[in-house]
Design a protein around this ligand. Sequence first.
Ligand code: FMN
Length: 363
Amino acid sequence: MPSLTESLERLGLRSPVIQAPMAGGGDTPALVAAVNEAGGLGFVGAAYLTGEQIAERGLAIRQRTALPFGINLFAPTPAPGPAPGPAPMMAEAMARLRPFHAELGLPEAEEPAYGGDAFDRQVAALLDSGAAFYSVTFGLPPAESVTAAKARGMRVLGTATTVAEAVALERTGVDAVIAQGSEAGGHRGSFIGDPAANLVGTMALVPQVADAVGVPVIASGGIMDGRGIAAALALGATAVQMGTVFLTTGEAGIPEAHKAAILAAREDQTRITRAFSGRPARGIVNRFMETVEDPQALEAVLPFPLQNTLTRPLRTAAGKAGRAEFLSLWAGQGLTLAQRRPAGELVAELLRGTEEVRRRLAV
Ligand SMILES: Cc1cc2nc3c(=O)[nH]c(=O)nc-3n(C[C@H](O)[C@H](O)[C@H](O)COP(=O)(O)O)c2cc1C
């Protein structure tokens, strides 16, 4: 078995700390650069960016740091099939938003349409962006994109929430598998079977994935400090991908109301919801989630990406107005360990804390 240092070198990592890509604005160029400069690997979640925006983002990062960084995409999103459930689903989904739009003084929600798939343009921009890592969640990276990225010397990573997904990813030629446990904040990366059933915790998932694949494993979900990182390494991971812990840093670009909600919530106040985007994702329970996914009422959530398009104007307005009850408050179950601090200081503390635990366990 290769040593940790050998596995890290094989993956082109300077340390086990990877800042998770966080599409939607959390992972600013300032965050990516601060993480890099402190010894971690910064990542950009580019799923909602156009090709031009990806090019601009790559440039903004390269102006701040010469160190390698990564860009993440959602796997190609086909047009959603007919919405499950009764035909008036669209009308019901829109009706569920009406009182919230009125409360924020917004015009009525518009019927969302599938805008086509931006993946090919995104990946073309990613290949020219100067990124050293390319990762995909929600599915397998298309074969041509893997070949093209590798031809440029990039490392390719993919997210799995089960052993079957990890094995499927390894077959595409990825350099490492990100094992995302059910504690994780944000969207579930699931793409085989029922995402609602793929809720394996990080502690159980990482060693099973590590046994099933030959490539290095990156643990993700609920890891917040050196104790969590050392535990992930003990389970067979080479590195960790952490999201929530970076959201309360000064450099994170999420609305202040989201940061405050993370710092105020308890570990039992998150749940997995489809209410915001139509895909399961973990966030802090709020009024929007409870109203849109009211178990007593008709199902009124459109398939991804339609629900995401439908709820975007409300979420954008809520962010500007500081109204946490309408925001997608993505956060993982480790959230009470989050602190307000600069990202560079956080990374230094994570690396120091990991070494401290490793030393303590070695004696
Ligand atoms: C606000 C937020 C946005 C996220 N966006 C993405 C994304 O765009 N792509 C991705 O692969 N993972 C995304 N994730 C999931 C992370 O990659 C990672 O699995 C998760 O943050 C790990 O759990 P933790 O939040 O408990 O650290 C996101 C997570 C959060 C909290």
